[in-house]
Design a binder for this molecule. Structure first.
Ligand code: ZN
Length: 172
């Protein structure tokens, strides 16, 4: 496993749409391992492949250090994820992004989503996520389409500058 460099805001790769993953094999396993290592080292609670400049539809999420909800006590690795359903109720909550260090924003997101995708062996995975896990999933899905949280705020005054240690765990 290796920690890779997380691209930041000015990098054009963050604004591109990721492609479908075509090969399930060693390369994908290595990418996922590096993503998990990079996310945990940052530390963050989610990471999309595009944040490492890899334009493939893969994200990882791990809220074990952050959330008390037992649903979150798990490492998620989702390949070719797509929304099956998006809850109609939304809530606004602070979030940050490992690619936009030093800033957080209040972003409206659906309170729950169902996402389906594949695991590293190509088997179908389906997760109904609530609360912070749902937020992270939506944040990472956005990354795979070149969208950042700063695009999602209702107005620019919902973005704040913070000390890095204040934002630490709620970033993805
Ligand atoms: Zn992010």
């Amino acid at each position: 496993m290796a920690v890779r460099t997380i691209l930041t805001l000015e990098h054009p790769a963050l604004r591109q749409k990721a492609r479908r993953v075509r090969h399930f094999g060693e390369g994908l396993q290595k990418l996922a391992d590096d993503m998990v290592e990079t996310m945990r080292t940052a530390p963050g609670i989610g990471l999309a492949a595009t944040q490492l400049g890899v334009m493939e539809r893969v994200f990882v999420a791990d809220l074990q250090e952050y959330d008390e909800d037992p649903q979150s006590f798990k490492l998620f690795v989702l390949v070719k994820p797509e929304f099956v359903r998006i809850g109609s109720e939304e809530e606004e909550h602070e979030e940050g992004c490992l690619s936009i260090p030093g800033y957080v924003g209040d972003v409206r997101r659906a309170t729950w989503v169902t996402v389906k995708g594949q695991d590293l062996k190509g088997r179908e995975v389906r997760v109904k996520a609530y609360s912070m896990l749902a937020r992270v999933f939506q944040h990472e899905m956005d990354h795979l389409d070149g969208v950042l949280f700063i695009d999602r705020v209702d107005s620019p005054d919902k973005i704040r500058k913070v000390q890095p240690q204040e934002a630490e765990l709620a970033t993805a």
